[in-house]
Design a protein around this ligand. Structure first.
Ligand SMILES: Nc1ncnc2c1ncn2[C@@H]1O[C@H](COP(=O)(O)OP(=O)(O)OP(=O)(O)O)[C@@H](O)[C@H]1O
Ligand SMILES: [Mg+2]
Length: 509
């Protein structure tokens, strides 16, 4: 049933890769992998953090040159020395790093590098506007082609990136974790778009760590593990458990290893927190040793409350008590000083310091905290970083490596390690396992649970119901900027959480 030879009717594939090898100093990122993409079908590429998914995308789009192996388009060997060459062969990628220009209009961004020209060889602005409008229309994007990009939301920019991909008449569209930065509504729109692209006969490569979305939109699967091809087949013939086993090389049963912890006295008490626009009347107490889940729909105000607790924004009213001290937290430095840290959902911004080695990324904030007592010695620094990164299942060639060279998911693990290493009293984790593969998720959860067992108080904001229910001692549900409900024990059920989050008083949802 699982075709491990890879001989899945490659005759019809629009694009095939054979025996692709790509090494970086000290790392063999791809060790002879294959991949086949078919017209009108979505192929999901799955694998752990660091398996080589983004690297293959870069080979496919001419950003990296493979050391060995072949790229076949319609069965003919081709070379992609540049991104333009890949574009000419109809291969295009939509990823977070798609280069768009803030100061240019939507239409200019779509056509940059291949604008329609008039008979004098000048850019034909009218044609450009019309064609941009037509492409945006074809993907159901209600955007004005003349608006400057800087005035658009992230989701709209995404649509521009997609329109750009389609403007070069792409036959192969690659999406590398496209839904990681999108809200529920935007994700639904992206799925619709994928359906449209399929119906136009495009071959789609879809990279995601979210199994529900893979099973929803993919026709085929391919698994990489440690830079090796493990297998490929049809989604209809595979179960989630089988895919996970192929990915991590073992079965993952205990995904939520929550251990019962000794719940102690109040670690953080929040009284009457209000914000002029984002939230109102937030009251709760978090105890030592407790993992308190925050569930809600995107936009319910969870992250905004957390940002206020961490001193990024200020509440208009309310007070908070850390342990027995009443504190006004007016800056992140004060929050860290008081023992509260926040690991934001958008780890790109607050996260990795590119250009610094992994170990320094981990120890940076701890250093500033301990500098009064003298600098951490290099060996100690290293040991601290090793300890924390190992617990989070970091995959890196060495801790001396520049963090920028890590895979996306592994960078996230470093950012989590860095905040945990400050030994806070209270840690707020916003979507802690977003972008982290299913095998490493267990490691992250296990470490959280162990630290709670040692008396750390944890707030976990998560939109994943199994994670919230599996890890939390108690769950607060927010809706429209307010606390809508709180559940513990038997009351912590998926139905209760969803009902409270959407505001329905019973009936079906
Ligand atoms: N420019 C580079 N220099 C050195 N090593 C690199 C470079 N790019 C990638 N790597 C390494 O290659 C391996 C594969 O990384 P890649 O980004 O392809 O993983 P991935 O499957 O996309 O993971 P994730 O799910 O975390 O995004 C990793 O070990 C990574 O550290
Ligand atoms: Mg990646």
């Amino acid at each position: 049933m699982l075709a491990r030879t890879g001989a899945v009717d490659s005759a019809q594939a629009v694009l095939s890769l054979r025996g692709i090898v790509k090494s970086f100093p000290g790392v063999r990122a791809l060790g002879g992998v294959q991949l086949d993409l078919y017209p009108g079908q979505v192929t999901a590429l799955v694998g752990e953090n660091g398996a080589g998914k983004s690297t293959i995308v870069k080979v496919l789009t001419g950003i990296y040159q493979p050391d060995e192996g072949q790229i076949l388009v319609d069965g003919q060997a081709v070379h992609f020395p540049t991104a333009q060459a890949a574009g000419h062969s109809g291969v295009t990628a939509i990823h977070q790093e798609t280069v768009l220009f803030d100061e240019l209009t939507v239409a200019e961004n779509i056509f940059i590098g291949h604008s329609p020209r008039n008979r004098f060889g000048l850019i034909d602005r009218k044609a450009m506007r019309e064609q941009a409008g037509a492409i945006l229309n074809s993907i159901g994007a209600d955007l004005n082609p003349m608006v400057r990009l800087k005035d658009l939301s992230i989701a709209s920019r995404h649509l521009v990136a997609i329109a750009r991909a389609l403007s070069i008449d792409a036959r192969v569209v690659i999406m590398d974790e496209p839904t990681a930065a999108l809200s529920h509504k935007e994700i639904a729109e992206l799925y619709e778009l994928v359906e449209k692209l399929k119906s136009q006969g495009k071959a789609i490569l879809f990279i995601s760590h979210k199994f529900d979305e893979i099973f929803r939109i993919a026709d085929r699967w391919t698994v990489f593990r440690d830079g090796q091809f493990v297998g490929q087949g049809m989604m209809a013939d595979v179960t989630e458990a089988e895919l996970v086993r192929l990915m991590v090389g073992r079965s993952v049963e205990q995904i939520y290893p929550k251990r019962p912890a000794q719940i102690g006295g109040p670690a953080l008490t929040v009284v009457g927190y209000c914000h002029p626009t984002e939230f109102e009347d937030i009251n709760f107490t978090l105890h030592t040793g407790e993992i308190l889940g925050f569930y809600g729909l995107v936009g319910a105000g969870r992250s905004e409350v957390m940002q206020a607790l961490f001193g990024i924004t200020r509440p208009s009213r309310g007070a908070c008590r850390i342990g027995d001290d009443v504190r006004a937290i007016r800056s992140t430095a004060q929050a860290v000083e008081a023992g509260i840290v926040y690991v934001p959902e958008d780890r790109g911004k607050q996260g990795a310091v590119k250009g610094l080695p992994i170990f320094q990324n981990v120890t940076l904030p701890s250093l500033t905290r301990t500098s009064r007592a003298g600098f951490l010695r290099l060996a100690e620094e290293f040991a601290l970083a090793r300890d924390y990164t190992q617990r989070l299942d970091l995959r890196a060639a060495s801790l001396d490596q520049d963090i920028a060279l890590l895979s996306g998911g592994n960078q996230q693990k470093v950012v989590i390690a860095k905040w945990l290493a400050t030994k806070p009293r209270v840690i707020i984790l916003d979507e802690p396992t977003k972008g982290i593969d299913i095998g490493s998720k267990a490691a992250v959860h296990d470490f959280m649970s162990e630290l709670a067992g040692q008396g750390l108080a944890v707030i976990m904001v998560s939109s994943e119901i199994p994670e919230v229910l599996g890890m939390s001692d108690r769950v607060i549900v927010m809706r429209e900027g307010r606390i809508a409900a709180e559940f513990a024990g038997d009351q912590m059920t998926p139905e209760n959480l969803v009902r409270a989050a959407v505001g329905s008083n019973g009936g079906t949802i």
